[in-house]
Design a protein around this ligand. Structure first.
Ligand SMILES: [Zn+2]
Length: 376
């Protein structure tokens, strides 16, 4: 049985540890020793060295007694700013902070959910297959832990990433890919009062280009945005250069490419019209994933929902997470809600009951959910 008091107590213990992105070392050591105290061997990979953090991902494999494919459970160790000296407060059925920092329930509630699940599986002698656990570093600063994970050690077929919000039972089964766009428009500087005809305004080129661009919601699967535009020095100088930072996202890689090309073309056409030039760089931040209705992992979730009595809510998300990267590495992965609420703000909170229910759902996934794979 899931122990709510034990969960709340351990979650508070974790929240009190500073664990900003790329500075997760202390958290990693605590988690490693907790896994070892349960009798499991925990290993730290070299993601930290590769990604510029002070520790790697924590990887642990728990052998099972059931002949089913292995599952991967994942949560990230890092929390966002303001996140040092976090002071958790129990407020009725919620745990929150003193409102000066985030709580870090994103994603320490996911970490706690996995720890409690491992304990209950053992205590209640629940049959299960092999379980691989990965606590990632650097998720909030570019999914660095999952991108640099030592996949050679991972043989799981299905992954449950415990890093989603919404009512317990909410599972993200679709998420877009994202292109990060860095562009610059070059015009020509000149004195704006004496000889403006010798200048080419980069601001005018960029404005013309943007006025032709489809932005915002493009279709049900695709979005695009120009987030930052900067340039210019003084009113008496025709602006010679403007820099733009933008993004495009889509559940469909072809649509993502089409939107990115469209944005590039608008800039190029405008530059041609006014006699300027364009530098355009686009980088894929993470791939999209779309789990199909008939994919095996949906069957596992449905069975777990039935066994736990927790209603399953399949959703598409607009954000990117470790789930994108794990899917991109050939492991079917979904992002499961742990009840985190108002994340990335000082008003972040979590209901103790939600955390406990998330653990119950995860136990049902690993037990009854995976059992139906065997029975099939
Ligand atoms: Zn998160």
């Amino acid at each position: 049985m899931v122990n709510r008091e034990r969960m709340a107590e351990e979650f508070i213990e974790l929240v009190k540890i500073d664990s900003l992105s790329l500075n997760e070392k202390q958290m990693a050591q605590v988690l490693k020793s907790k896994l070892e105290a349960m009798g499991y061997e925990a290993f730290e990979d070299d993601a930290g060295t590769k990604a510029g953090g002070n520790c790697g991902n924590i990887i642990c494999t728990v052998k099972g007694n059931m002949d089913v494919p292995a599952v991967l459970l994942m949560a990230h160790m890092d929390t966002v700013v303001p996140g040092t000296g976090k002071k958790p407060v129990v407020d009725g059925e919620y745990i929150r902070t003193d409102r000066t920092t985030v709580l870090g329930g994103d994603d320490l509630a996911g970490v706690e959910c996995i720890l409690e699940t491992l304990r209950v599986l053992k205590e209640d002698k629940i049959d299960h297959g092999d379980i691989q656990i990965v606590f990632t570093m650097g998720e909030e600063v570019g999914l660095l832990g999952s991108k640099n994970l030592d996949y050679g050690r991972i043989y799981a077929k299905f992954a449950f990433i415990m890093d989603n919000g919404g009512p317990i039972g909410t599972v993200a089964v679709k998420a877009p890919s994202q292109n990060k766009i860095d562009a610059a428009v070059n015009g020509k500087s000149a004195h704006a009062g004496i000889e403006p005809e010798k200048g080419i305004s980069a601001i005018q080129i960029a404005a013309y280009a943007i006025s032709m661009m489809k932005l915002g919601r493009i279709d049900a699967e695709t979005t695009a945005n120009i987030g930052i535009i900067s340039g210019g020095h003084a009113t008496n100088i025709v602006c010679g250069r403007v820099e733009l930072k933008a993004e495009a996202r889509s559940l469909d890689e072809k649509k993502l490419e089409a939107q990115t090309q469209h944005m590039k073309q608008c800039l190029e056409q405008a530059a041609e019209k006014f006699g300027g030039s364009v530098e355009f760089k686009s980088e894929l931040m993470y791939p999209a994933f779309k789990i199909g209705e008939n994919d095996e992992i949906i069957g596992i979730l449905k069975k777990a929902s039935e066994a736990s009595g927790i209603e399953l809510r399949l959703e598409a998300t607009g954000g990117g997470s470790d789930t994108n990267i794990v899917n991109g590495n050939g492991i079917q992965a979904v992002d499961v809600s742990i009840g985190m609420d108002k994340v990335h703000s000082v008003n972040e909170q979590i209901k103790i009951e939600d955390m406990a229910k998330a653990a119950e759902f995860l136990i049902a996934i690993i037990g009854k959910g995976m059992l139906q794979i065997k029975e099939k």
